[in-house]
Design a protein around this ligand. Structure first.
Ligand SMILES: Nc1ncnc2c1ncn2[C@@H]1O[C@H](COP(=O)(O)OP(=O)(O)O)[C@@H](O)[C@H]1O
Ligand code: SF4
Ligand SMILES: [Mg+2]
Length: 441
């Protein structure tokens, strides 16, 4: 289909959130929508007058995964492990160094701006920082309506009407069409970002830490909204988070990243019930389940010692060996491939946890390691539990409530000075490079 044929009018869409189902595209549930093979992104490090390349940041270093239509893939890992880079590679805001990205069976790895244009409708991104990702000088109407202009799409009934419909879909007042971003709270701004992402009726939405800049109580509302929209619109999500508690309730499968690699990729329940990679286990132990019966299970908490090694020269063999309590000689020399050790659970480890074939010495090692491991600070646990509990409670309680309730008060926040992505769907905001989890306390 040519670009012109595709740039036709999109049908008028129903009013209000409950009838939003008319937006749904004919997606065969379970069909592979996105396929990533051997994906790499190395950022060159240049020095001197001649700007000679002296090395590279191995931000994403050979990852493989698929995302099926209608599912939510959660991606977790510590800051700097390459999650955002991965998100920008699959939405083609970054050019991969190597590997392949296929969308609906089509190789999009090296498509240029022109080639990507029709795809920009199907693949959208929601950014971490709702303060910097909206242009402070544009009205909400302009921001949410920008994708139509960029794509030359004329919604039936006009852009204004469609934008107002989108605002009500994400739980904002359609009358606020002419207001500016600074008139909205963080949670409301993130809703605006979501409305913009939904404008062209995408199939895949990549959300990069969509709630980490928001207050804990608001986080749950936004997570709920994403969840509701998925049901109503048949969306497929890749949701990136540094906190396992955020993705837990919305993901069907979860990929755990460490230093540019996927170390475990599993169905959500399997991952939480019996994580097999030691790193997953450590991440999990820092996120206590809000279950009073497990409150005192301190021995289960593992705090990794040492810093994340530099992605400029990642450790040999298994990249986790410098911090792993189970590391043996083979771990230092041989990289473990990501293989399916149980149906629905892929793991890259020579000595996986919760595995029948585990050698006896592993069990001994683990016990010794747990004894030696420090306990996670109580404040960290408390905060994590708070998030987890808030999300869980809200997801359960608000399932029936309409997503149109914009409960957040409008606070007059200063407009951010950071980058302004004037062309929302085409440009990534610079400011979200900053990955400090700026959680409001
Ligand atoms: N544009 C860039 N140039 C050079 N290095 C980068 C760039 N973007 C990210 N990196 C580096 O790549 C690594 C992965 O970053 P990122 O994907 O942002 O991780 P995460 O989102 O998991 O925190 C980090 O070491 C980061 O400093
Ligand atoms: S391969 Fe070795 S070092 Fe890596 S996670 Fe497994 S046991 Fe630890
Ligand atoms: Mg990031």
């Amino acid at each position: 289909m040519s670009d012109d044929e595709k740039a036709v009018k999109i049908p008028a869409q129903a009013e209000g959130p409950t009838e939003g189902a008319t937006l749904t595209k004919d997606a065969a549930p379970g069909e592979v929508l996105l396929k990533v093979t051997g994906l790499q992104k190395h950022f060159p490090i240049k020095k001197g007058l001649l700007q000679r390349q002296v090395g590279a940041v191995h931000a994403v270093d050979g990852i493989d995964f698929e995302v099926r239509s209608g599912e939510t893939l959660g991606v977790v890992g510590e800051s700097g492990c390459g999650k955002s880079t991965m998100g920008r590679l699959i939405t083609r805001l970054l050019e991969p160094t190597a590997g392949k990205v296929e969308f609906q069976g089509k190789d999009i790895t090296h498509l240029g701006v022109g080639g990507m244009r029709p795809l920009r409708r199907d693949v959208q991104m929601i950014f971490q920082d709702p303060y910097s990702s909206l242009n402070p000088r544009h009205t909400i109407g302009t921001i949410v309506g920008a994708p139509f202009k960029l794509q030359g799409v004329e919604p039936e009934g006009g852009i204004k009407k469609e934008v107002q419909r989108l605002l009500s879909v994400v739980g904002l007042n359609p009358e606020h069409y002419n207001r500016y971003p600074h008139e909205f709270s963080g949670g409301q701004r993130q809703r605006i970002g979501i409305a913009r992402a939904l404008a062209l009726n995408p199939r895949l939405v990549v959300a990069d830490e969509p709630v980490s800049a928001l207050d804990v109580s608001i986080q749950a509302q936004v997570v709920n909204l994403l969840d509701d929209l998925q049901q109503e619109l048949g969306l497929t999500y890749v949701i990136i988070a540094h906190d396992l508690s955020v993705v837990r309730h919305v993901s069907d499968r979860i990929a755990v990243m460490y230093l540019g690699k996927i170390v475990e990729l599993a169905d959500r329940d399997l991952l939480y019930k019996s994580p097999m990679h030691p790193y997953t286990k450590a991440l999990m132990s820092a996120v206590p389940i809000p279950d009073p019966r497990r409150k005192n299970a301190k021995s289960e908490r593992i705090l990794l010692k040492g810093d994340v090694p530099s992605p400029i020269s990642p450790p040999s063999g298994c990249r986790f060996h410098t911090r792993c309590w189970k590391a043996t000689e083979v771990c230092k020399t041989t990289e473990p491939p990501l293989i399916e050790l149980r149906p629905g659970q892929q793991v890259a480890c020579h000595h996986p946890e919760n595995f029948a074939d585990q050698a006896p010495q592993d069990t001994v090692l683990l016990t010794a390691a747990k004894e030696a491991a420090e306990l996670v600070a109580d404040e960290v646990l408390a905060e994590s539990a708070e998030t987890s509990a808030a999300v869980a409670a809200e997801v359960a309680a608000e399932a029936a409530a309409t997503p149109t309730e914009a409960a957040e008060p409008t606070e007059a926040a200063e407009p951010s000075e950071a980058a302004e992505p004037t062309e929302a769907t085409e440009v990534a905001p610079e400011a979200s490079e900053d990955d400090t989890p700026a959680k409001e306390k």
